[in-house]
Design a protein. Structure first.
Length: 317
């Protein structure tokens, strides 16, 4: 049984005439007659008394009419509700980022912005444990609309974002700083560069993280050779920070992640500015997205806000 058959029956019950009902339903009379017969076969009773002029409903037809009107009403209301849910889902932007950037920017920057613009943003929390390459794939395959990530020319995982299909906004400038715990006298426990005889224990990042290739290249280019021995690798900056805070070694962390710890002397810098590594935090999107209207509105608002704070978009070339 199809909903359109019920509509046909309701139209016939109202007009009491096959030709008028067919015209109202925009079908041929034979088609309407066939559908009414299919309904009667399905119900196992005669619904229309065809021997009267105008046509009339049989007692079973009267009962069926009430049920048909109710079923059509429920079907239409349900369809409208489903359409509304779909439209709401389509208007929500899907956001992905690393755990560190989530902690630093999602609640304090992105969500307030979405509320100001009246655009809902959902965070895919699984993205906080993704490898760097996963973010590129997710944006390319339409699994998310926005990606917030670290950027530097030497981060090989984001090379694909240089493709003309993508564009970005520079959210802010950042830098990685070498950090260490403090000793009993509140002095840095470790200081760069270390020595060959006494290399510094090094808390490194996993090979698939955003930051490891950048740090490795920067250390190779350092004017003074650092003497480090890797004792631990982690995917997440917060995990690196936890290991450093416990005094296990020295490591590089985003400055914004450790500003409070440095200010309250729970951690200390393990080297001067020669060991600092500059990078950017960028917001990426796919230009030709299926959510063009909502995404374009959010992107324009975000661009204007960043420009008002002295940061402008760096277009891909």
């Amino acid at each position: 049984m199809e909903i359109r058959w019920l509509d046909d029956f309701i139209a016939l019950a109202r007009t009491r005439h096959f030709s008028r009902a067919a015209e109202e339903q925009n079908v041929t009379q034979p088609t309407l007659s066939r559908r009414i017969k299919l309904l009667e076969d399905e119900m196992g009773v005669t619904l229309i008394d065809r021997n009267t002029l105008p046509l009339s409903l049989t007692p079973a037809g009267e009962i069926f009419l009430s049920g048909a009107e109710q079923m059509v009403r429920i079907a239409r209301d349900t369809k409208a509700q489903c359409r509304e849910i779909r439209e709401q889902e389509e208007s929500r932007l899907r956001f992905a980022t690393t755990q560190t950037l989530y902690l630093l920017y999602y609640r304090t920057w992105l969500m307030p912005a979405s509320e100001r613009y009246g655009i809902d943003i959902d965070l895919n929390l699984t993205s906080t444990s993704w490898a760097a390459s996963d973010f590129v794939s997710a944006l390319t395959q339409g699994q998310c609309d926005l990606v917030l990530c670290y950027w530097h020319p030497l981060i090989n995982y984001v090379e694909e974002f240089n493709d003309p299909r993508f564009e970005h906004l520079v959210v802010c400038e950042e830098e990685l700083v070498p950090v260490t715990a403090l000793d009993a006298d509140h002095q840095p426990l470790f200081m760069l560069p270390g020595t060959k005889k006494a290399p510094l224990p090094y808390i490194s990042y996993h090979a698939s993280s955003f930051l490891r290739p950048l740090i490795e290249h920067s250390l190779q280019q350092a004017l003074e050779t650092p003497h480090l021995v890797t004792i631990n690798e982690n995917m997440l900056s917060v995990s690196v920070k936890a290991m450093i805070k416990e005094g296990f070694g020295v490591g590089w962390l985003p400055k914004r992640l450790v500003e409070e710890s440095l200010a309250y002397k729970r951690l200390a810098l393990a080297g001067d500015e020669r060991w600092h590594i500059p990078l950017q935090i960028r917001l990426y999107r796919l230009k030709n997205s299926s959510r063009t209207t909502t995404l374009e509105l959010f992107w324009q608002k975000m661009r204007e806000e960043l420009e008002s704070h002295g940061l402008i978009e760096t277009p891909n070339s």
